[in-house]
Structures are given as C-alpha cells and as structure tokens.
Design a protein around this ligand. Structure first.
Ligand SMILES: *[C@@H]1O[C@H](CO)[C@@H](O)[C@H](O)[C@H]1NC(C)=O
Ligand SMILES: [Cu+2]
Length: 239
C-alpha cells in the first residue's frame, strides 16, 4: 500500500512539471478584466514551496512578477472570480493539471497604495477557503469550472485599496517536506460600499503557514471520501 502510493507520487511529479498555474485575470463588478490587468502576474507558472519566504505573499523570487499600475473596482458584498490558467496564454480547458489537488483560499490586505505595496508582512486576513468535502477538492472545482475561483468580498470591511491574494495549494507531492506547491498572485483592488463595521484580525505573510501544518505536509493518496482535511492558515474572517 505504502509502496504504490509512493509510485503515484513519483509518476505525478514527473509528468506535471510543466502543468502549474497562474491567477491571470479578475472578473469583478460585471467586468472581465484583461489578462494581467491589475494583477502582478509572473511570466513563469511555477509554485512557491517555501512557506517562510516573502514570495509567499504575492509570488516573485523564482517567478518574477510584473508590476501593474492598474487598480480594479470591487463592490463590498459582491462575488468576484479569480481566473486561473496554466500559462498567461492558456484557454479555459487548460487551468492546471488534474493531479494538482488541494484547497483554494483567498486573503485581503488593506493598503495605502495597491500598486506599490510590497505585499509581504502584516495585515492579511482570510476571506475564502475550500478544502475537501465528500471526496472533492477545492482545486478540482476550479479546474472543472474553467478556472473560475469565486471569492466573496465581505460587506463589513472599510472602503479603500486592498491586495486580493488568491491561492491554490497543490498537494500531489506534499507527503515530503517542501513538497506542497503553493500558487498565488495578488490583484490590486479598490473596495467601495463597505460598511466598515468590523475590523478583521490580521496575520503576517509569511507566517500564516508552517511547513509541517497538517494541511501542508500530507499524503493525500491515503485519504478516503470521509477523510477530514484541515485547511491551513488563520481562521476565516466573517462579518
Ligand atoms: C463568475 O463565474 C460564474 C460562472 O462560473 C458566473 O456566473 C459569474 O457571473 C461570474 N462572476 C463575475 C463577477 O463575473
Ligand atoms: Cu505544478
């Protein structure tokens, strides 16, 4: 049993080296923004593996990102779609290799200037998470829905500029240390219509995950439909 699980990991790892993913564009307030508009997208689609790296916030490092001068309007309480694609030029059938199973998550950080904020550091709060339910992974739903990752912007936050960090964590090789593949990009948004009635508790990125978190260091091949998956990171913020 152990041997066959290991074999699957090795095969999956070898065949999907070029099947990573990028959060390429945002659908918000009725607009489908062009690819890379208002998003710090990288030219390379590789993951971040080191959860202690500053690159965990808005990517970078091995996947250098291009700055954007654009900021997208988002109404508090609305649901936006982060759209994921294998590369910046892939179509809706090419989101990410199906082997890349794991949770989807999203975080916000209030900033003075979304075009210049470094991203990493304090101020982040989690606004969406989808782990493993009845044998279905969050990432599989995104792949099956043409790369659409729905994220609801809380109604109770204050207006202003934010970084919206959408994330998918692929666990196909996560049974060894540094094996989890974390994919994330930051969109630059301006929220309006917020009630400013609740102040979220915030966390630092890096700092939200540990390399040995049960949701980061895990053998997903031993899971059944009834298995419980512990989504990593801080508690989900709700109004
Ligand atoms: C998000 O995608 C769904 C389909 O998957 C669509 O019905 C919805 O209108 C999209 N939302 C936005 C804000 O475009
Ligand atoms: Cu990959």
């Amino acid at each position: 049993m152990k041997y066959s699980s290991l074999a699957i990991v090795v095969i999956a790892g070898a065949s999907v080296a070029s099947a990573h993913t990028i959060f390429v564009q945002l659908e918000a307030d009725g607009a489908t923004h062009p690819v890379s508009y208002g998003i710090r997208t990288p030219s390379y689609d590789g993951p971040i593996n080191d959860v202690t790296s500053n690159d965990l916030a808005c990517n970078g490092g091995p996947n250098p990102t291009t700055p954007s001068a654009d900021i997208m309007e988002v109404t508090a309480g609305s649901t936006v779609n982060a759209t994921w694609r294998h590369t910046l030029t892939s179509g809706p059938d090419d989101v990410m290799d199906a082997s890349h199973k794991g949770p989807t998550l999203a975080y916000l950080k209030k900033v003075d200037d979304a075009t210049s904020d470094v991203g990493y550091g304090a101020g982040w709060f989690k606004i969406q998470e989808d782990g493993y339910t009845d044998g279905a992974w969050g990432t599989s739903k995104v792949i099956d829905d043409a790369g659409k990752h729905p994220i609801t912007i809380p109604t109770c936050i204050e207006d202003g500029q934010y970084l919206l960090r959408a994330e998918m964590i692929a666990l196909h090789a996560a049974s060894s240390e540094l094996g989890a593949q974390l994919y994330m990009e930051c969109a630059q948004i301006k929220v309006s219509g917020g009630k400013a009635s609740v102040t979220p508790a915030t966390s630092s990125i890096p700092g939200i995950y540990k390399q040995n978190d049960p949701g980061i260091l895990i053998n997903i091949y031993s899971m059944t439909a009834d298995s419980e998956y512990v989504i990593p990171g801080p508690e989900l913020f709700t109004c």
